[in-house]
Design a protein around this ligand. Structure first.
Ligand code: COA
Ligand code: ZN
Length: 299
């Protein structure tokens, strides 16, 4: 199979990156960072999460961020929503694209959402219906789709079941997440073989962390299956506070270089990305240290 001509990059540093930073990032800097990423041309930017501020204090300013950013026409500004309360908060500040995040294992679901998979999906059925009525575009995440930091390897069927349920609720896209970055190219091929009969490739995204430097090999495999949406984080920021050992996301800069070498279009201005990252890093000393060290140190 030949590689597609164009891919969609979902830039997740403002959410997956900044949620995991021990250094506080002032709201104004987050807004300036997102605005700079908009200017760089990303079609999708995951901006923040409307979750409990006790769970993720780094993103407690979600309303302010979403009120202040400049929305560029044609860019999708995605926000994470864990429950009805989160949806209400997001809608109040004009969000029109949400991400519901479920896990492939009960152990991770309990750690991240304090609820089982079944409880979470029951809640999301309702939240998705409400979000659709409000005109939202919806992404459904399957966290730990390959490997769980608490319960070990995840059978593809287990991740596929959750993906199918999210898809049945009306999710426009399903993002399969290698939350701790342990997936191999064979794992990616196995999961895609298992999921593609029920979810078309155009509706899938891959969310990769780069723990063992395999994220780009995993992108290559997914491209060969026709998947064209990939998450990446500027500066290789990223990690989940509830996934011990989760280091940075696939770095946007590395993904851009990989795609350019292969002549695959992405629509993002690489220099603008560099400028956005340099400005943020200069303003927040120590940013990214945790991602480079290998994630969260307490769990
Ligand atoms: N926004 C703001 N506050 C919220 C909220 C939301 N969407 N949902 C719940 N809360 C608050 C409640 O008001 C309550 O506040 P209080 O302690 O001051 O009374 C507190 O959070 C606990 O509420 P409860 O409904 O009992 O939730 P919980 O403790 O069972 O936690 C979640 C469930 C889903 C809210 C919480 O685990 C969470 O936000 N998880 C997100 C984790 C995350 O973002 N992980 C990284 C992304 S992969
Ligand atoms: Zn992630």
């Amino acid at each position: 199979m030949s590689a597609p001509a164009t891919v969609t990059i979902a830039e997740v540093a403002p959410r997956d990156g900044l949620q995991n930073e021990s250094v506080p990032v002032p709201t104004d800097l987050k807004v300036a960072f997102i605005d700079a990423l908009s200017e760089a041309g990303f079609p999708v930017i995951e901006c923040t999460s409307f979750v409990s501020p006790r769970a993720v204090p780094q993103l407690a300013d979600a309303e302010l961020v979403m009120q202040r950013i400049q929305r560029r026409p044609g860019t999708r500004y995605l926000v994470l929503v864990p429950n009805e309360r989160g949806l209400d908060r997001a809608l109040t500040v004009g969000c029109d694209a949400i991400a519901l995040f479920a896990a492939a294992t009960d152990a991770f679901s309990q750690a991240n959402l304090r609820a089982s998979i079944a409880e979470t999906l029951a809640r999301y059925a309702h939240v998705a219906a409400q979000a659709k009525r409000a005109g939202c575009w919806i992404r459904g995440y399957v966290s730990v789709a390959f490997h769980c930091p608490y319960s070990g390897p995840v059978a593809p069927e287990q991740a596929v079941r959750v993906a199918q349920e999210l898809f049945a609720f009306g999710c426009d896209e399903i993002a399969l997440a290698d939350t701790i970055g342990t997936a191999t190219p064979d794992d990616v091929a196995r999961l895609l073989e298992a999921v593609l009969p029920s979810i078309p490739k155009e509706r899938l995204a891959l969310h990769l962390h780069d723990t063992y430097g395999r994220a780009l090999d995993n992108v290559a495999v997914a491209l060969s299956y026709g998947v064209t949406t990939f998450d990446a984080a500027t500066g290789g920021l990223g990690g989940c506070p509830f996934a011990p050992g989760a280091p940075g996301n696939l770095a946007t800069e590395a993904l851009l270089a990989f795609l350019e070498e292969r002549g695959i279009a992405h629509g993002v201005d690489r220099h603008a990305v560099q400028r956005a990252w340099s400005r943020l890093r200069a303003a927040v000393p120590g940013l990214g240290e945790r991602a480079r060290r290998g994630g969260h140190d307490t769990a």
